[in-house]
Design a protein around this ligand. Sequence first.
Ligand SMILES: [Fe+2]
Length: 150
Amino acid sequence: MPLMLWTEELSVGIEEFDADHRQLFAMVNGLFNAFEVGTGAELLGALFDALIDYTRDHFAREEARMAACHYPGLSTHRAEHLQLAERVHELRRHFLAGSVEQVNRDLLVLFKTWLTSHIRVTDHGYKPYVIDRPAAGHQCAITLRDHTTR
Ligand SMILES: [Fe+2]
């Protein structure tokens, strides 16, 4: 059983972000596996860095979309992203300092608890504001106000 399991109830209603979240889950699971089978520090470091890079890019995509949609919760949401990024960078420093096993454990716990609750609560907050309408060709589809008046 994978550490992180994406289920339909985690969907934020935007395929691009659901795909990002599934990919993040897969990357955390990959890192967990690598840790379990005793992968060397070099490969662990590469997986770690890939996860950090993907998380950063995903946060940027979400924030750009929220900004385009004038989502009022953007600054709170961004602060949560920043908090995780800072914590992960702290762990990366510890990793470089050689505490490989501890860092892997901390990183996996951090992602498992933080990511799932962030998606369930914080990401779901933007759902009504950022609706996927690819047919309309809009980056930001509609705002809640538009949505409720239609
Ligand atoms: Fe988010």
